[in-house]
Structure formats: C-alpha cells, structure tokens
Write a protein that binds this ligand. Structure first.
Ligand code: GSH
Length: 111
C-alpha cells in the first residue's frame, strides 16, 4: 500500500491514472482505477476470499444490475458535489486574489 500526498501528486500517479485520482490498484503489472471498478476487480481476482461475509454484489442478475445502477447514481452525485465545491473554492480564491490585487494597485499607483 502506497499513500499519496494529494496536494503534491507524484508523476507516477498520472502515469497510472490520467485523472490523477486515488484509489489505484496495481496487480501483476496491470493498473485498475475507479473505486467501483477496483472493488469488482478485487472480488473477481480473489474469489472466495469473502468467506463468512457478504459478497460485494447480489447473485441475482437483476439485483446486481440494480446495485451497479445505485453505485452509478452515487458516483454522479459525488461528481456533482465535487464540481460545486471546487467552483466555490475557485470563486473564493479568485475573490481574494482580486482583493489583494486592488490593495497592491491602490498602494502603488493611486496613493
Ligand atoms: N470516481 C473516483 C473518485 C476518486 C476521487 O475523487 N478520489 C479522491 C480521494 S477520495 C482524490 O483522488 N482526490 C484528489 C483530487 O481531487 O485531486 C473513484 O470512485 O475512484
């Protein structure tokens, strides 16, 4: 297990996931990313390792599809929330830069 400082992402992260996001799985030289995909990969790569606990997805075909649909919807909501929060942060940063800019401008050129 390798922890990544997300404030200073290493190049190898982008080499493995072009989106630069974690988690990433590397197994026998193959790279897998996206949490839901990683989860399903782990269950399929190590079948039976869940003994004593529930399987990741239901055995019924339709319930499996419903579970995947739910993950898909949750992912969309998370992406939307991330987009909104990122934009709020960007707007805040822009606002503060503008204030700093005005301070510098008035200090150096007007007064
Ligand atoms: N849809 C992706 C989302 C991954 C994601 O957003 N990971 C976060 C950490 S939980 C991340 O890498 N954030 C860093 C960034 O946004 O720059 C997944 O399910 O794996």
């Amino acid at each position: 297990m390798v922890y990544v400082n997300l404030k200073s992402k290493p190049d190898w992260l982008f080499e493995r996931n072009p989106f630069g996001l974690v988690p990433i799985l590397e197994h026998k030289g193959n790279v897998v990313y996206e949490s839901a995909v990683c989860n399903e990969f782990l269950e399929e790569a190590f079948p039976g390792s869940n003994t004593g606990t529930r399987d990741l997805l239901p055995s019924c075909l339709y319930r499996r599809a419903a579970a995947r649909l739910m993950m898909f919807k949750i992912d969309k909501v998370c992406m939307l929330l991330t987009f909104i929060v990122a934009n709020i942060i960007a707007a805040e940063l822009y606002h503060h830069q503008k204030i700093d800019f005005e301070k510098i401008y008035f200090k150096n050129f007007v007064i």
